[in-house]
Design a protein. Structure first.
Length: 294
């Protein structure tokens, strides 16, 4: 009886994620000209999509390097190649195995098991890595919002946007000093790496816009892209699918831009993420047969 309850709880989260993803996509697609949307995706320029794929994976390499820096700060020495393999394995778990342990949880388990570190130390490294990413994401989102149509439509929020830009990194540094002193020495470099992660993702999104022949309002689309990334932080959908499309649809409607290109951008970006995450299959096989290099 106890095992059946446990299994039910394990199944509940992925089922809810599938349900929320399906519902979000349904809400968007029922209001979208699906035939036109599919035509936009089918006619996308493959060379620009290839450039988007390259820059997306460059962003993931920056992300893996940043995470490895946190691991070294708590005494875990991983070779760059092993760290990248483990990172892509985490991507695969996050996207293709919703619910359950998840990519971050699996990395924490593997590193704690193979290196004898306290799980709480590994958890803090992974958590602060995520927080640094969110700080950079919010900073760059607000930076792009200021010259966008949103600033013209919501001028009363512009002073608040400048306040966020001025305060977010000092606040992050203060939190670092108060709660994560072990990482204070690497704060400047991980802040830079976090910004490089987000910038390369924006470049990946920009190439998707070129691929689908969007030649105007780039700032608006890219600002919404970053806001849609914020919307995917909570793991309520599978790989952010659904949450990103809903964000694009309603925010583009708000500033009266055509929604089809934004929804197409979000779907293609999800596809690029999924293709890249498939590398985790090979990583998983090789990883389980080896011991981390140190």
């Amino acid at each position: 009886m106890g095992n059946s309850k446990f299994n039910l709880k394990k199944l509940l989260k992925p089922l809810l994620q599938i349900l929320v993803t399906a519902l979000a996509l349904y809400l968007v697609l029922r209001k979208t000209d699906v035939a036109k949307l599919l035509d936009i995706i089918r006619s996308a320029n493959l060379w620009y999509l290839l450039l988007s794929l390259i820059f997306f994976n460059i962003s993931k390499l920056f992300n893996a390097i940043r995470l490895n820096r946190f691991f070294r700060a708590i005494g875990i020495e991983l070779s760059p190649m092993y760290n990248i393999k483990l990172y892509y394995l985490g991507m695969f778990y996050n996207l293709f195995l919703p619910g359950g342990v998840g990519g971050d949880g699996y990395k924490i388990y593997v590193l704690q098991k193979n290196h004898g570190m306290k799980m709480i130390n590994v958890f803090h490294a992974v958590l602060w890595d995520r927080i640094c990413g969110i700080v950079a994401l919010v900073f760059l989102s607000v930076t792009l919002l200021l010259p966008s149509t949103f600033a013209l439509k919501l001028p009363n929020l512009v002073p608040w946007a400048w306040a966020v830009l001025a305060a977010i990194y000092p606040l992050a540094l203060l939190l670092n000093k108060l709660f994560y002193k072990q990482f204070i020495g690497i704060f400047p470099i991980v802040a830079l790496e976090s910004m490089l992660v987000q910038i390369t993702q924006v470049i990946a999104a920009f190439f998707i816009l070129l691929a689908i022949s969007v030649h105007a309002n780039h700032i608006d689309y890219l600002a919404i892209f970053l806001m849609s990334t914020v919307a995917t932080i909570l793991p309520i959908t599978i790989g952010g699918a659904g949450a990103r499309e809903v964000t694009f649809y309603y925010l583009l409607n708000f500033i009266r831009l055509e929604t089809n290109p934004g929804v197409a951008l979000s779907l293609i970006f999800f596809g690029i993420s999924a293709i890249s995450s498939l590398a985790g299959i090979l990583t998983r096989v090789r990883h389980e047969k080896s011991v981390p290099e140190s």
